[in-house]
Design a protein around this ligand. Structure first.
Ligand SMILES: [Zn+2]
Length: 66
């Protein structure tokens, strides 16, 4: 029971999977996050490829504003 709860919490805390590298298809590593402009609901995530060093940014929405 407690183990199952811990598993669920661990899954919730997990960041969404990093996208594969567009160049070499290796899994990319999350390097950091930054708010986008004045919007409190959007952040930009920075990824870097561990194999070829390519950088990638992804915009992520925390919530959909009305
Ligand atoms: Zn790469």
């Amino acid at each position: 029971m407690l183990g199952r709860l811990a598993d669920a919490l661990a899954r919730l805390a997990d960041a969404p999977p990093a996208p594969p590298c567009p160049d070499c298809r290796a899994p990319m590593a999350l390097r950091g996050e930054e708010p986008v402009g004045e919007l409190p609901v959007a952040i930009e995530r920075f990824y870097v490829c561990r194999r070829c060093g390519r950088h990638l940014t992804r915009c992520v929405l925390w919530a959909i504003p009305d």
